[in-house]
Design a protein around this ligand. Structure first.
Ligand code: AMP
Length: 125
């Protein structure tokens, strides 16, 4: 079920538990600002989630409340992961789902990084 992205941060969400090390993930990158791991239900040959370490529900929440260092660190981490995976030359897609219409399911900001095949048109019609 999609979430309401205007809700308060719930520290029992699954990505909060991954960040605290309470449940495992298949990690690909970690630094002070972000953790990246393989999506458990991949939609492309490469499907990685990048999450900021701070408690933000969505892109909207993050862009309004996070500090400049956190924002810069997160954006740089996403780019770093894409380069490390060899994605800039063939191309790839970044996606952040937000709230109900965006069909966001996990209430901790995450960017999906898709690659490894031709991804086609941006949205189904
Ligand atoms: P969204 O609809 O943007 O909130 O996407 C949530 C994503 O989290 C989905 O692609 C799920 O497959 C993925 N996901 C859920 N639980 C886990 C988990 N424990 N480890 C990795 N990915 C997960």
């Amino acid at each position: 079920m999609p979430i309401d992205a205007t809700q308060a941060y719930d520290d029992q969400n699954i990505f909060a538990k991954i960040l605290r090390g309470e449940i495992p993930c298949n990690r690909v990158y970690e630094d002070e600002f972000a953790l990246a791991f393989h999506d458990i239900n991949p939609q492309a040959p490469i499907h990685i989630l990048v999450v900021p370490k701070g408690p933000y529900v969505s892109w909207d929440d993050f862009s309004a409340k996070a500090g400049d260092g956190e924002i810069a660190g997160f954006i740089r981490a996403v780019g770093h992961v894409a380069r490390e995976q060899g994605l800039p030359a063939p191309g790839y897609r970044l996606l952040a789902n937000i709230g109900g219409h965006g069909h966001q399911e996990v209430p901790h900001l995450h960017v999906h990084l898709f690659g490894g095949r031709q991804l086609g048109a941006m949205l189904p019609r």
